[in-house]
Design a protein around this ligand. Structure first.
Ligand code: SF4
Ligand code: SF4
Length: 146
């Protein structure tokens, strides 16, 4: 996977704070950074050591929680231990491997299934990456009938 630029501006009431998940969880091909490894420029709990000179790729990226008010406060990455972003038709959910089971807890699993149901009408889908596990989320109605 590759981090895709976010098209939107951050919501006025949201900020990254001390969250650094997007400097750790995604594979970033441009940096040769594997998934679930810290970027060499990241100082845990403080942020980017080269912030003013950080690459354009980093300047352009915002996770879904920063730009989409339909994601409630429970989705703040420092609370959920997940980061969400869109890559075309795919809603990508990266789970902190130190909290690998968090996505199957509520309210998260039902919301993931609802996103899958809502996005499937336009060909969209939801993929969860948790450690070495990759899961395509079943849409809510389908999940309720199994
Ligand atoms: S995952 Fe989201 S909230 Fe966390 S640092 Fe990245 S953009 Fe900010
Ligand atoms: S260069 Fe800075 S902003 Fe970009 S991934 Fe590394 S620590 Fe994060």
């Amino acid at each position: 996977m590759t981090v895709a630029p976010a098209p939107a501006l951050p919501l006025p009431n949201r900020a990254c704070g001390t969250c650094t998940l997007c400097c750790r969880l995604p594979e970033i091909e441009e940096f040769d950074k594997p998934a679930n490894a810290w970027c060499e420029n990241c100082v845990e709990g403080r942020g980017c050591a080269i912030y003013t000179d950080r690459p354009q790729l980093c300047r352009d990226f915002l996770c879904q929680w920063m730009t989409d008010e339909t994601l409630g406060l429970e989705w703040e990455p420092s609370i959920s231990n997940m980061m969400v972003y869109r890559q075309g038709q795919q809603i990508t959910v990266l789970v902190d491997p130190d909290h690998a089971a968090t996505w199957i807890r509520e309210p998260y699993l039902t919301q993931l299934r609802r996103w899958a149901a809502e996005s499937m009408h336009d060909g969209g889908y939801v993929i969860v990456f948790a450690g070495d596990d990759v899961t395509k989320i079943r849409p809510l109605a389908e999940a309720n009938h199994s």
